[in-house]
Design a protein around this ligand. Structure first.
Ligand code: PHE
Length: 351
Protein backbone atom coordinates (compact mmCIF):
# COMPACT_ATOMS: atom_id res chain seq x y z
CA UNK A 1 0.00 0.00 0.00
CA UNK A 2 1.34 3.44 -0.83
CA UNK A 3 0.97 6.63 1.19
CA UNK A 4 -1.85 8.06 -0.92
CA UNK A 5 -4.04 4.99 -0.63
CA UNK A 6 -3.35 4.90 3.11
CA UNK A 7 -4.49 8.56 3.49
CA UNK A 8 -7.65 7.85 1.50
CA UNK A 9 -8.43 4.89 3.73
CA UNK A 10 -7.87 7.00 6.83
CA UNK A 11 -10.23 9.68 5.60
CA UNK A 12 -12.86 6.99 4.70
CA UNK A 13 -12.65 5.61 8.26
CA UNK A 14 -13.07 9.12 9.70
CA UNK A 15 -16.11 9.75 7.51
CA UNK A 16 -17.90 6.55 8.40
CA UNK A 17 -16.99 7.09 12.09
CA UNK A 18 -18.63 10.54 11.92
CA UNK A 19 -21.77 9.02 10.39
CA UNK A 20 -21.94 6.39 13.14
CA UNK A 21 -21.62 9.06 15.81
CA UNK A 22 -24.30 11.18 14.17
CA UNK A 23 -26.65 8.19 14.06
CA UNK A 24 -26.17 7.30 17.73
CA UNK A 25 -28.04 6.04 19.71
CA UNK A 26 -28.78 3.54 16.88
CA UNK A 27 -25.48 2.04 18.00
CA UNK A 28 -24.12 2.42 21.51
CA UNK A 29 -20.91 4.48 22.01
CA UNK A 30 -19.23 1.29 23.24
CA UNK A 31 -20.04 -0.56 20.02
CA UNK A 32 -18.78 2.35 17.88
CA UNK A 33 -15.58 2.47 19.95
CA UNK A 34 -14.99 -1.24 19.46
CA UNK A 35 -15.56 -1.06 15.72
CA UNK A 36 -13.21 1.86 15.02
CA UNK A 37 -10.79 2.16 17.94
CA UNK A 38 -10.69 -1.37 19.37
CA UNK A 39 -7.54 -3.55 19.15
CA UNK A 40 -8.93 -5.13 16.01
CA UNK A 41 -10.84 -1.99 15.04
CA UNK A 42 -10.63 -0.34 11.62
CA UNK A 43 -8.10 2.32 12.71
CA UNK A 44 -5.83 -0.19 14.47
CA UNK A 45 -5.72 -2.37 11.35
CA UNK A 46 -4.87 0.64 9.19
CA UNK A 47 -2.08 1.68 11.55
CA UNK A 48 -0.69 -1.86 11.28
CA UNK A 49 -0.46 -1.40 7.47
CA UNK A 50 2.06 1.42 8.05
CA UNK A 51 4.84 -1.17 8.26
CA UNK A 52 4.76 -1.54 4.47
CA UNK A 53 5.34 2.20 3.89
CA UNK A 54 8.85 3.75 3.69
CA UNK A 55 10.13 5.19 6.99
CA UNK A 56 10.04 8.91 6.04
CA UNK A 57 6.39 8.85 4.94
CA UNK A 58 5.50 6.45 7.74
CA UNK A 59 6.31 9.12 10.39
CA UNK A 60 4.01 11.68 8.77
CA UNK A 61 1.18 9.17 8.28
CA UNK A 62 1.65 7.86 11.82
CA UNK A 63 1.17 11.36 13.18
CA UNK A 64 -1.99 11.77 11.07
CA UNK A 65 -3.28 8.47 12.35
CA UNK A 66 -2.67 9.48 16.01
CA UNK A 67 -4.42 12.82 15.56
CA UNK A 68 -7.39 11.02 14.02
CA UNK A 69 -7.43 8.61 16.97
CA UNK A 70 -7.41 11.49 19.47
CA UNK A 71 -10.24 13.30 17.73
CA UNK A 72 -12.35 10.15 17.49
CA UNK A 73 -11.75 9.35 21.16
CA UNK A 74 -12.79 12.87 22.16
CA UNK A 75 -16.02 12.62 20.11
CA UNK A 76 -16.81 9.24 21.67
CA UNK A 77 -16.22 10.60 25.18
CA UNK A 78 -18.61 13.45 24.46
CA UNK A 79 -21.18 10.96 23.21
CA UNK A 80 -20.81 8.76 26.31
CA UNK A 81 -21.14 11.78 28.60
CA UNK A 82 -24.44 12.67 26.99
CA UNK A 83 -26.08 9.36 27.83
CA UNK A 84 -26.62 7.86 31.24
CA UNK A 85 -26.09 4.26 32.30
CA UNK A 86 -27.72 1.51 30.24
CA UNK A 87 -28.16 3.81 27.27
CA UNK A 88 -30.85 6.15 28.71
CA UNK A 89 -30.61 9.49 26.98
CA UNK A 90 -30.44 12.23 29.59
CA UNK A 91 -32.20 15.44 28.76
CA UNK A 92 -30.68 18.65 30.03
CA UNK A 93 -33.97 19.68 31.67
CA UNK A 94 -34.07 16.53 33.81
CA UNK A 95 -34.53 17.50 37.47
CA UNK A 96 -32.72 14.94 39.58
CA UNK A 97 -34.07 16.44 42.80
CA UNK A 98 -37.66 15.38 42.01
CA UNK A 99 -39.06 12.40 43.97
CA UNK A 100 -38.72 8.97 42.35
CA UNK A 101 -41.54 6.71 41.23
CA UNK A 102 -44.77 7.39 43.11
CA UNK A 103 -44.44 4.47 45.56
CA UNK A 104 -47.71 4.28 47.51
CA UNK A 105 -47.11 4.72 51.22
CA UNK A 106 -48.25 1.93 53.55
CA UNK A 107 -50.29 2.72 56.64
CA UNK A 108 -51.05 1.13 59.98
CA UNK A 109 -54.07 -1.17 60.27
CA UNK A 110 -57.09 0.42 62.01
CA UNK A 111 -56.69 -2.12 64.82
CA UNK A 112 -53.03 -1.18 65.28
CA UNK A 113 -54.04 2.48 65.34
CA UNK A 114 -56.67 1.71 67.96
CA UNK A 115 -54.23 -0.26 70.10
CA UNK A 116 -51.74 2.62 69.87
CA UNK A 117 -54.40 5.09 70.96
CA UNK A 118 -55.49 2.86 73.86
CA UNK A 119 -51.85 2.46 74.88
CA UNK A 120 -51.29 6.25 74.76
CA UNK A 121 -54.31 6.77 77.01
CA UNK A 122 -53.10 4.30 79.63
CA UNK A 123 -49.47 5.39 79.52
CA UNK A 124 -50.73 8.92 80.28
CA UNK A 125 -52.56 7.56 83.33
CA UNK A 126 -49.33 6.01 84.67
CA UNK A 127 -49.88 2.41 83.53
CA UNK A 128 -46.99 0.45 82.04
CA UNK A 129 -47.27 -2.08 79.21
CA UNK A 130 -47.32 -5.77 80.14
CA UNK A 131 -47.14 -8.86 77.93
CA UNK A 132 -48.11 -12.53 77.90
CA UNK A 133 -48.21 -15.53 75.53
CA UNK A 134 -51.04 -16.37 73.12
CA UNK A 135 -50.75 -20.10 73.84
CA UNK A 136 -51.56 -20.37 77.55
CA UNK A 137 -51.81 -23.08 80.15
CA UNK A 138 -55.01 -23.88 82.00
CA UNK A 139 -53.59 -22.37 85.18
CA UNK A 140 -53.11 -18.82 83.85
CA UNK A 141 -56.18 -18.68 81.61
CA UNK A 142 -58.59 -20.22 84.15
CA UNK A 143 -57.44 -21.64 87.46
CA UNK A 144 -55.46 -18.66 88.79
CA UNK A 145 -58.38 -16.44 87.72
CA UNK A 146 -60.66 -18.31 90.10
CA UNK A 147 -62.23 -20.62 87.53
CA UNK A 148 -62.01 -23.99 89.33
CA UNK A 149 -62.13 -27.14 87.14
CA UNK A 150 -65.69 -27.80 85.88
CA UNK A 151 -66.73 -24.23 86.72
CA UNK A 152 -69.65 -23.40 84.36
CA UNK A 153 -68.03 -20.07 83.39
CA UNK A 154 -65.34 -22.08 81.55
CA UNK A 155 -67.95 -23.24 79.05
CA UNK A 156 -68.88 -19.67 78.25
CA UNK A 157 -65.44 -19.10 76.81
CA UNK A 158 -65.54 -21.59 73.88
CA UNK A 159 -61.92 -22.54 74.26
CA UNK A 160 -59.63 -23.72 71.44
CA UNK A 161 -57.29 -26.43 72.77
CA UNK A 162 -53.99 -26.98 70.99
CA UNK A 163 -53.48 -30.69 71.73
CA UNK A 164 -50.30 -30.26 73.77
CA UNK A 165 -50.15 -30.96 77.50
CA UNK A 166 -48.63 -28.55 80.01
CA UNK A 167 -46.37 -29.71 82.88
CA UNK A 168 -49.39 -30.59 85.05
CA UNK A 169 -50.86 -32.79 82.29
CA UNK A 170 -53.58 -30.31 81.31
CA UNK A 171 -54.28 -29.29 77.70
CA UNK A 172 -52.61 -26.09 76.53
CA UNK A 173 -55.01 -23.62 74.92
CA UNK A 174 -55.24 -20.40 72.94
CA UNK A 175 -55.96 -17.73 75.53
CA UNK A 176 -59.66 -16.85 75.59
CA UNK A 177 -59.09 -13.41 77.12
CA UNK A 178 -56.22 -11.11 78.10
CA UNK A 179 -56.86 -11.61 81.84
CA UNK A 180 -54.02 -14.21 82.16
CA UNK A 181 -51.69 -11.21 81.70
CA UNK A 182 -52.96 -10.00 85.11
CA UNK A 183 -51.64 -13.21 86.67
CA UNK A 184 -48.35 -13.13 84.76
CA UNK A 185 -47.79 -9.50 85.80
CA UNK A 186 -48.45 -10.22 89.49
CA UNK A 187 -46.17 -13.27 89.38
CA UNK A 188 -43.36 -11.11 88.00
CA UNK A 189 -43.77 -8.02 90.16
CA UNK A 190 -44.49 -7.20 93.79
CA UNK A 191 -47.27 -4.71 94.57
CA UNK A 192 -48.01 -1.87 93.99
CA UNK A 193 -48.54 -2.42 90.28
CA UNK A 194 -50.33 -0.65 87.45
CA UNK A 195 -50.22 -2.40 84.07
CA UNK A 196 -52.15 -2.75 80.83
CA UNK A 197 -51.92 -5.08 77.87
CA UNK A 198 -53.36 -5.19 74.36
CA UNK A 199 -53.30 -8.37 72.32
CA UNK A 200 -55.00 -11.17 70.45
CA UNK A 201 -57.46 -13.64 71.98
CA UNK A 202 -59.28 -16.67 70.53
CA UNK A 203 -62.73 -18.19 70.97
CA UNK A 204 -64.45 -20.88 68.98
CA UNK A 205 -67.23 -18.64 67.71
CA UNK A 206 -68.97 -18.24 64.36
CA UNK A 207 -67.93 -15.11 62.48
CA UNK A 208 -70.59 -12.42 62.02
CA UNK A 209 -70.82 -8.62 62.00
CA UNK A 210 -69.79 -8.41 65.67
CA UNK A 211 -67.96 -11.71 66.40
CA UNK A 212 -64.79 -13.46 65.30
CA UNK A 213 -62.82 -16.51 66.40
CA UNK A 214 -59.70 -14.35 66.74
CA UNK A 215 -60.01 -10.83 68.06
CA UNK A 216 -58.22 -8.38 70.35
CA UNK A 217 -58.68 -7.25 73.91
CA UNK A 218 -57.30 -4.63 76.24
CA UNK A 219 -56.69 -5.49 79.88
CA UNK A 220 -55.85 -3.20 82.79
CA UNK A 221 -54.84 -3.99 86.37
CA UNK A 222 -54.10 -1.71 89.30
CA UNK A 223 -53.12 -3.07 92.72
CA UNK A 224 -52.16 -0.85 95.62
CA UNK A 225 -53.15 -0.08 99.22
CA UNK A 226 -56.74 1.15 99.50
CA UNK A 227 -57.72 0.87 95.80
CA UNK A 228 -61.49 1.06 95.55
CA UNK A 229 -64.36 0.80 93.10
CA UNK A 230 -64.31 4.64 92.96
CA UNK A 231 -60.75 4.50 91.54
CA UNK A 232 -61.95 2.03 88.94
CA UNK A 233 -64.88 4.24 87.98
CA UNK A 234 -62.68 7.34 87.72
CA UNK A 235 -59.99 5.58 85.66
CA UNK A 236 -62.44 4.04 83.19
CA UNK A 237 -64.32 7.34 82.87
CA UNK A 238 -61.13 9.38 82.30
CA UNK A 239 -59.94 6.87 79.73
CA UNK A 240 -63.23 6.88 77.78
CA UNK A 241 -63.31 10.69 77.77
CA UNK A 242 -59.72 10.79 76.51
CA UNK A 243 -60.66 8.46 73.66
CA UNK A 244 -64.14 9.63 72.66
CA UNK A 245 -64.31 13.20 73.94
CA UNK A 246 -65.22 14.84 77.23
CA UNK A 247 -68.99 14.70 76.67
CA UNK A 248 -69.24 10.88 76.96
CA UNK A 249 -70.65 9.39 80.15
CA UNK A 250 -69.93 5.98 81.64
CA UNK A 251 -72.06 3.77 83.86
CA UNK A 252 -71.54 0.45 85.61
CA UNK A 253 -74.03 -2.44 85.65
CA UNK A 254 -73.58 -5.35 88.07
CA UNK A 255 -72.11 -8.39 86.33
CA UNK A 256 -70.28 -11.61 87.08
CA UNK A 257 -66.70 -12.69 86.29
CA UNK A 258 -65.07 -15.28 88.60
CA UNK A 259 -61.90 -13.20 89.05
CA UNK A 260 -63.56 -9.98 90.26
CA UNK A 261 -65.91 -9.19 93.15
CA UNK A 262 -67.90 -7.05 92.80
CA UNK A 263 -67.99 -7.28 89.00
CA UNK A 264 -69.45 -4.83 86.53
CA UNK A 265 -70.14 -4.22 82.90
CA UNK A 266 -68.99 -0.79 81.72
CA UNK A 267 -71.35 1.12 79.43
CA UNK A 268 -70.57 4.32 77.58
CA UNK A 269 -73.21 6.79 76.37
CA UNK A 270 -73.82 6.24 72.64
CA UNK A 271 -71.50 8.53 70.66
CA UNK A 272 -73.80 8.42 67.63
CA UNK A 273 -77.23 9.38 69.00
CA UNK A 274 -75.60 11.03 72.05
CA UNK A 275 -77.88 9.08 74.31
CA UNK A 276 -80.96 10.73 72.76
CA UNK A 277 -82.89 7.46 73.12
CA UNK A 278 -85.27 8.65 70.48
CA UNK A 279 -88.14 6.79 68.92
CA UNK A 280 -86.08 6.53 65.73
CA UNK A 281 -83.93 3.71 67.07
CA UNK A 282 -80.18 4.36 66.75
CA UNK A 283 -78.77 1.33 64.88
CA UNK A 284 -75.60 1.29 67.01
CA UNK A 285 -77.08 1.40 70.54
CA UNK A 286 -80.46 0.01 69.39
CA UNK A 287 -82.15 2.99 70.96
CA UNK A 288 -80.90 2.26 74.49
CA UNK A 289 -78.53 5.25 74.46
CA UNK A 290 -75.73 3.06 75.89
CA UNK A 291 -72.96 0.90 74.45
CA UNK A 292 -71.53 -2.02 76.41
CA UNK A 293 -67.74 -1.79 76.19
CA UNK A 294 -65.91 -3.66 78.93
CA UNK A 295 -65.97 -5.97 81.88
CA UNK A 296 -64.48 -4.71 85.14
CA UNK A 297 -64.39 -5.19 88.90
CA UNK A 298 -62.35 -5.46 92.07
CA UNK A 299 -59.72 -8.20 91.88
CA UNK A 300 -61.05 -11.28 93.76
CA UNK A 301 -59.14 -12.06 96.99
CA UNK A 302 -58.55 -15.63 95.72
CA UNK A 303 -56.73 -14.21 92.68
CA UNK A 304 -54.53 -11.97 94.85
CA UNK A 305 -53.77 -14.87 97.22
CA UNK A 306 -52.84 -17.16 94.34
CA UNK A 307 -50.24 -14.60 93.22
CA UNK A 308 -48.89 -14.25 96.79
CA UNK A 309 -50.38 -10.78 97.25
CA UNK A 310 -51.92 -10.45 100.76
CA UNK A 311 -55.61 -9.47 100.20
CA UNK A 312 -55.73 -7.99 103.72
CA UNK A 313 -53.06 -5.51 102.70
CA UNK A 314 -53.61 -4.95 98.98
CA UNK A 315 -56.66 -4.37 96.85
CA UNK A 316 -56.98 -3.81 93.13
CA UNK A 317 -59.22 -3.32 90.16
CA UNK A 318 -59.16 -4.91 86.72
CA UNK A 319 -60.96 -4.20 83.49
CA UNK A 320 -60.94 -5.66 80.01
CA UNK A 321 -62.76 -5.45 76.70
CA UNK A 322 -62.72 -5.98 72.97
CA UNK A 323 -60.54 -3.70 70.85
CA UNK A 324 -62.51 -4.32 67.64
CA UNK A 325 -65.50 -2.63 69.28
CA UNK A 326 -63.37 0.43 70.07
CA UNK A 327 -62.01 0.50 66.49
CA UNK A 328 -65.51 0.23 65.01
CA UNK A 329 -66.73 3.13 67.15
CA UNK A 330 -63.63 5.28 66.56
CA UNK A 331 -63.67 4.87 62.78
CA UNK A 332 -67.39 4.35 62.18
CA UNK A 333 -67.00 0.77 60.89
CA UNK A 334 -70.32 -1.08 60.94
CA UNK A 335 -69.16 -4.67 60.37
CA UNK A 336 -66.28 -6.30 62.24
CA UNK A 337 -65.41 -8.48 59.24
CA UNK A 338 -64.20 -5.37 57.42
CA UNK A 339 -61.28 -5.29 59.85
CA UNK A 340 -60.04 -8.70 58.68
CA UNK A 341 -60.68 -8.67 54.94
CA UNK A 342 -57.64 -6.53 54.09
CA UNK A 343 -59.60 -4.48 51.60
CA UNK A 344 -57.30 -1.55 50.84
CA UNK A 345 -60.29 0.73 50.21
CA UNK A 346 -61.17 0.33 53.91
CA UNK A 347 -57.64 0.25 55.29
CA UNK A 348 -56.56 3.38 53.41
CA UNK A 349 -59.26 5.46 55.08
CA UNK A 350 -57.45 5.23 58.39
CA UNK A 351 -54.07 6.95 58.18
N1 PHE B 1 -61.73 -11.11 80.74
C1 PHE B 1 -63.09 -10.68 80.69
C2 PHE B 1 -63.71 -11.12 79.36
O1 PHE B 1 -62.99 -11.49 78.47
C3 PHE B 1 -63.23 -9.19 80.83
C4 PHE B 1 -62.82 -8.69 82.16
C5 PHE B 1 -61.54 -8.26 82.40
C6 PHE B 1 -63.73 -8.61 83.20
C7 PHE B 1 -61.15 -7.77 83.63
C8 PHE B 1 -63.38 -8.14 84.45
C9 PHE B 1 -62.10 -7.70 84.65
O2 PHE B 1 -64.89 -11.11 79.16
Amino acid sequence: MNATTWKEKLSAIRDSFSISVAKAPAESPEAIELRYLGRKGELALLLRDLKDIPIEERKVLGALGNTAKEEMTAKLDALKGASGPAGFVLKSDLDLTLPGWPFPKGSLHPLTHTMNRLAEGFLKLGFTMADGPLVEDDYHNFEALNFPPFHPARDMQDTFYVGVKDTSGKDMLLRTHTSPVQIRSMEKQDPPLRVFHTGRVFRSEAVDASHSFAFHQIEGLYVDKGVSMADLKWTVDAFMKDLFGSSVKTRFNPSYFPFVEPGAEVDMSCIFCKGANSAARCPVCKGTGWLELMGAGMVHPNVLKGCKYDPEKWSGFAFGGGIERFAMLLYGIGDMRMLYENDLRILKQVQ
